[in-house]
Design a protein around this ligand. Structure first.
Ligand code: ADP
Ligand code: MG
Length: 739
């Protein structure tokens, strides 16, 4: 007699046996515990199934009837269509599958009852479900078992629901009492949650819809809680680490002494930052040539006012203060700044960098593309050069010699600010005294790993991540839960909201006329090419085609440039510069312009085949216009035949609010489809759903923060089991590094 435990192999569970166990193993289910935590995907309420005669096309239904005919036919295209006809006393429905010979083998010769689930269509006056889920009902099937809310599990080809159900039932009946609840009873009481054993029992075999929901609530909470605990722990760990304490108060007061003389070495000699010493790159020099840097004694905020050509918005000021208070703390900053396109993140970053440089440190800005790095360097030079702050651009197109020189200037501390692409700054350069890293992520998710910086010998600088993608709050909490969050929720004054129109391809001529009229008023225009495929080559081809059509057609008299990812960096840069200088009227481009390009005279964007883009991406693209004083327009050219496509176009024409758009995107497409989140381990949720469980996520996050505040390493005995779960969670998490 083998002793029972959660680790018991599935083959020993009642009614499973070695043959079924093989199937379960294929799905990664090896133990009783695996089965208990294999949660149903959906349920069928088989207490009342509709008679076939009452079924309407379009409905998702479960039908039950007798199998009367099975028929397999090859099609002209070389496929095999399998049709099965099912009847009850009231009518018949046809089930069809394509190319699934194993279903034919199972159904042929069977004359009993079966169940099918799917969406009903009408095909030549015959009700039909195509590719239904199905099962046959044999004599061994317990009628009691049948007439209830039946779980439907995630499965795999050839593994029948019946086997999964039998396994789950056996696990619940024989092993549930081995499950120990990791959550302390006090927490359950506070959150009004049921015990784990009860929840697992009810998630597999719910007594009622209400119980099922209650059970799900508990399991969703658990899933979110472990994730949030792991994020909160990581946050707490960073807060324990030693970083740089920038003398912000002194800078604000315009007290030069502390700011001016504060160097790594003096800090080390006072023993203040012992951790920094260990991390210091060897052979570094500290601002060897400090004379070139005008260390004036102007109070920080006054200097900012003088430096910027505009007044900061209230939101910008608030976020800058949040950043300063992090910089001042003796721990590394880990902050995410979220702000819609055009909210003025660059100015915020510049203020952070200014404080770092005035404290005697270097700052680096990493951009996702060379074009953007280039543009940042242009903007920052304009702000910083009058102050004597040297900005160095580090991008791939530099010659080896130029790179070497730029690298040396960074290493010697002659460059105060280095701007470049992620790869270059992370791999190519060492710094004398790096104090602040700003990561301009735009819409590429992926948090810079502090560890990666340290491994590259870049010390333990403060890190500021800026993202232009308005991410729904639920996603932010899951993806970036270990960062502090600042939101720039206000646009600079005087912006005229972009007017967005949706046009049919047949209206192209009038669209071109309207664009021409704006160009004649002195404005510039973007044309964004269709997203023909993921391949850069094909995208480039599409851009070239469109460019050719315009140059040789309607716009033959205008100055038209072309920009795509397959061009050499130098060519790209030349075109961008020409567009910036208004030597071009029109820029035909792929999505390479979606990130950060800032030409305020460009006031119209035409997006071709707009329904091929995601909503957030359209919003990013659209953000390239409306950056100046002119009324700007965005024209979405799209056929948008499907209901979903139509909805998407209407959302875009209806709002300019990036957060609203992101919420809609999440609702329509699910988190996996949102830009760049696909590979993110944190989104691999088993039960919880970021769209419908947003509130629960918030609850779990608050609970996690409370728990970690009281017990930062989960060292208390009553937290031991939670810690185990969190550890599992953390080892599961994909480590994302900046690519
Ligand atoms: P994003 O947040 O999209 O990166 P940018 O930093 O590129 O936005 O700023 C968009 C434009 O708005 C730039 O031309 C910038 O000079 C301008 N800008 C930023 N802040 C302000 C402000 N407070 N008042 C007026 N214009 C501003
Ligand atoms: Mg920007």
């Amino acid at each position: 007699m083998i002793e029972r435990s959660l680790a018991s192999e599935v083959q020993f569970l009642k009614g499973v046996g070695p043959k079924n166990a093989k199937g379960l193993n294929k799905l990664g289910l090896f133990t009783a515990e695996d089965l208990l935590f294999h949660v149903p995907r959906r349920y069928e309420d088989r207490r009342h199934l509709p008679p076939i005669s009452q079924i309407q096309p379009g409905q998702w239904v479960t039908v039950k009837g007798r199998l009367t005919n099975v028929d397999a036919r090859p099609t002209r295209g070389g496929m095999v269509i399998l049709k099965a006809l099912v009847r009850d006393g009231t009518g018949s429905i046809s089930l069809t599958w394509f190319n699934q010979p194993w279903i034919k083998r199972q159904l042929e010769g069977y004359k009993g009852e079966m169940i099918a689930y799917g969406q009903v269509k009408e095909n030549q006056r015959q009700l039909e479900i195509s590719s239904p889920e199905w099962e046959i009902l044999t004599e061994e099937d317990d009628p009691e078992e049948f007439a209830r809310i039946v779980p439907v599990y995630p499965s795999t080809e050839g593994l029948q629901q019946k086997v999964l159900r039998r396994g789950a039932r056996a696990a619940v009946e024989g092993y549930l009492n081995f499950v120990v609840d990791p959550l302390p009873a006090s927490l359950l009481r506070e959150e009004g949650l049921r015990e784990l054993q009860w929840a697992i029992g009810q998630i597999h075999l719910p007594d009622s819809e209400a119980d099922r929901l209650e059970a799900r609530r508990r399991l969703v909470f658990d899933e979110f809680l472990y994730l949030q605990l792991s994020l909160a722990m990581r946050r707490a760990e960073t807060q324990q680490e030693l970083g740089i304490a920038f003398p912000i108060e002194s800078l604000k007061a315009g007290k030069p002494a502390t700011a001016r003389n504060l160097t790594l070495d003096t800090r080390l000699s006072t023993g203040k930052d012992a951790a920094v010493q260990a991390l210091r790159p060897t052979g570094s020099h500290l601002f060897a040539d400090q004379a070139s840097y005008k260390r004036d004694e102007e109070p920080l905020w006054e200097q900012i006012r003088d430096m910027l050509p505009f007044e900061l918005t209230g939101a910008q000021q608030r976020v800058i203060e949040e950043i300063y208070s992090d910089m001042e703390a003796p721990h590394p900053m880990n902050r995410l700044v979220q702000g819609d396109v055009g909210s003025g993140k660059t100015a915020v970053a510049a203020c952070a960098m200014l404080a770092a440089v005035r404290s005697g440190y270097q700052a680096a800005l990493m951009a996702p593309t060379e074009i953007l790095a280039e543009q940042h360097s242009v903007n920052l030079r304009r702000l910083f050069e009058p102050l004597g702050i040297e900005v160095e651009l580090l991008v791939g197109k530099l010659s080896a010699k130029e790179k070497k020189r730029a690298g040396e200037r960074a290493q010697l501390g002659l460059a105060h600010v280095a701007v470049g692409t992620h790869a270059l700054i992370q791999e190519g350069v060492s710094f004398a005294n790096l104090g602040l890293v700003v990561v301009d992520e735009q819409h590429r998710f992926g948090v810079l790993q502090r560890k990666a910086l340290r491994d590259k010998g870049l010390g333990n600088p403060d890190v500021l991540v800026m993202t232009a993608t308005p991410i729904p709050r639920t996603l932010t909490m899951t993806l970036y839960g270990d960062l502090e969050l600042s939101v720039i929720d206000e646009l600079p004054p005087g912006r005229k909201p972009i007017k967005t129109h949706w046009k049919q391809p047949s209206e192209r001529a009038s669209v071109l006329d309207a664009v021409r009229a704006l160009i004649e008023q002195g404005r510039q225009a973007y044309f964004v090419c269709p997203m023909v495929s993921e391949s850069e080559k094909m995208l480039a081809q599409a851009a070239e085609d469109l460019h050719y059509r315009l140059v040789n057609g309607e716009f033959s008299d205008l100055r038209i440039g072309l920009l795509h990812g397959q061009m050499r960096p130098r060519e790209k840069e030349t075109v961008m510069e020409q567009f910036r200088q208004h030597e071009l009227d029109v820029l035909v481009s792929t999505t390479v312009i979606e990130v950060g390009v800032d030409v305020s005279n460009a006031s119209v964007m035409v997006i071709e085949d707009a329904n091929r883009f995601g909503l957030s991406q359209l919003h990013q693209l659209r953000g390239r216009v409306g950056r100046g004083e002119f009324q700007s327009f965005c024209v979405l050219v799209a056929e948008a035949k499907s209901e979903d496509a139509r909805q998407r176009m209407e959302i875009m024409t209806g709002t300019n609010d990036g957060f609203k758009i992101a919420e809609e995107d999440l609702r329509l497409r699910g988190p996996g489809e949102l830009a760049g989140t696909k590979q993110h381990g944190n989104l691999d949720l088993k039960i919880a759903d970021l769209v419908q469980d947003g509130r629960m996520l918030e609850v779990a996050r608050q609970a996690a923060i409370r728990i970690i505040d009281a017990d930062p390493v989960l060292g208390r005995p009553e937290h031991a089991l939670m810690l185990e779960k969190v550890r599992l969670q953390r080892s599961d998490q994909a480590v994302i590094t900046v690519s």
